[in-house]
Design a protein. Structure first.
Length: 482
């Protein structure tokens, strides 16, 4: 956007809030104000939902699957053409290093549009012939229809990637969307409005309303009676509030929520690969990854060696290059509160535990040290509550049964990463750990055709491939008497 005001994108136009209300957006690296964000409320949400409903009845609703998916391919290509704009916007919002943006978050955000366009074109529905008393028979077949207006509520930790993970399948299935980005990351959702206009996506198909949660755009979106379904990625407490709102009208929900994920390292692992993998899973994106590892269990014969090697990895991370800041000063206060709590609960601080020394404007940013602890019992708060920062606790274990019990002793069930060269052990562990996704000798490796989501308090439903279609469409049965 040319202006320093991040505007809403409603019915193909960029607009400010009707009452002029807005709030400031600060850059996490140095806490500088980089713009203001229009704060939408019920009037803006209503305008966006009205536009989205009209688009369903207009050219978008009558468009063939081939034409619609061709447009989504153009969206992906236009994001790629404006790659640097998206990288800069997301770096400004999140403060994360350019390498993370260029090699992961922005390319994968663009790829989502092509992936789900292909899924919609290639996934069949079912058909059955049945006998009837008159002997003529009947034919049953299924058809998929879009649900309508989808409310999309996005997090700030990988804004474009996680937003398009929902918007792309929703649009591919023929729905329209109203997106409420996190107040911390307005940039790429706004920029995507320019892309939609540039490639000819009809007005009203993609809408963005900025704002906050309670008593603001978020609450208004979840309570709007014309929103057919709500998809949300974020913390579990917010998911519970959205679920209560969605109960009015019996609207569908799809949630990817919090996690307190375990990494399990056996003594027979490829040691260097395990160190690299756990380092990424604990510290990537400054630990602000829902799939990240905050609890590490290492088999006793290699425990001391592993702790020393991971310590070296953490201490080699450089703020601004291999490590970004946390998203905000508020979140930094939360994470530092857990750093303090860990010490109070009796943790041994292997490394970190505070704030790095930086010079110049960077000293004002939301930086914290990568932190490793040992020595805490399983019932410590630091072991049970999601921190969402660059930190992990390492515990030694002896047997499979012992580590399975510890890994499963949590309210969450999102992901785990297991490191072993014993194939039988790997399969046993994968079946025993109560999570939605298990990585063996890897982490964050994703085939977008596979089911993705959490169990327990980590979410409801699955996304990815045909599993996304189950949420974004109504499957109808047609019975034809022959």
């Amino acid at each position: 956007m040319a202006s320093n005001l991040f505007k809403h994108f409603i019915n193909g136009q960029f607009v400010a809030s009707a009452d002029g209300r807005d709030f400031e957006k600060r850059r996490p690296t140095d806490n500088a104000v980089i713009g203001r964000v229009a704060e939408g409320r019920a009037p803006e949400i209503d305008a966006a939902v009205t536009a989205a409903k009209a688009a369903m009845k207009g050219p978008w609703g009558s468009m063939t699957t081939e034409a619609r998916t061709a447009l989504l391919y153009k969206v992906a290509d236009e994001i790629t053409r404006r790659f640097e704009d998206f990288v800069e916007a997301e770096m400004a919002d999140t403060g994360q290093p350019r390498s993370v943006m260029e090699h992961a978050f922005i390319p994968r955000g663009a790829a989502n549009f092509k992936i789900f366009a292909d899924v919609v074109k290639n996934v069949p529905t079912e058909a059955f012939q049945m006998a009837t008393p008159d002997g003529a028979g009947a034919l049953n077949y299924a058809i998929r229809k879009p649900k309508g207006v989808i409310g999309v509520i996005c997090p700030w930790n990988a804004p474009l990637l996680l937003m398009t993970w929902k918007v792309a399948p929703a649009l591919a299935c023929g729905n329209t969307v109203v997106v409420k980005p996190s107040e911390e990351s307005p940039g790429t959702a706004t920029l995507l409005g320019e892309v939609m206009n540039a490639v000819g996506v009809p007005p009203g198909v993609y809408n963005v309303v900025h704002g906050l949660g309670p008593d603001s755009a978020g609450e208004a979106l979840t309570r709007h009676k014309d929103v057919a379904a709500i998809t949300f990625t974020g913390e579990t407490r917010t998911g519970a509030a959205i679920m209560k709102a969605a109960a009015d009208g019996i609207r569908d929900v799809s949630f990817e929520l919090g996690g307190k994920n375990a990494g399990i390292v056996f003594a027979d692992c490829d040691f260097d690969a395990a160190i690299e993998g756990i380092s990424r899973s604990a510290f990537l994106n400054c630990g602000q990854v829902c799939l990240g590892t905050e609890r590490v269990y290492v088999q006793r014969p290699i425990f001391e060696k592993f702790v020393a090697a991971l310590k070296a990895k953490a201490e080699a991370m450089t703020p601004g290059t291999s490590l970004g800041p946390l998203i905000s000063q508020e979140h930094r206060s939360k994470v530092l509160g857990y750093y303090k709590l860990a010490a109070e609960e009796g943790a041994t601080v292997v490394t970190g535990g505070g704030v790095p020394t930086l010079e110049g404007d960077l000293a004002n940013g939301a930086w914290v040290q990568p932190t490793i602890w040992t020595g805490l019992p399983e019932n410590a708060r630091v072991m049970r509550e999601e921190i969402f920062g660059p930190c992990c606790h390492i515990t030694p274990f002896d047997t499979e049964d012992e580590v399975v019990a510890w890994a499963n002793d949590t309210d969450y069930g999102l992901s785990t990463t297991i490191w072993t060269t014993n194939l039988s052990c790997a399969h046993r562990m994968a079946a025993a750990i109560e999570v939605g996704i298990t990585w063996i000798n890897s982490w964050f490796l994703r085939d977008l055709r596979t089911p993705f989501g959490g169990s327990k308090q980590s979410g409801i439903g699955r996304e990815g491939g045909v599993h996304s279609l189950e949420f974004y469409t109504e499957l109808r049965n047609v019975c034809v008497k022959l």
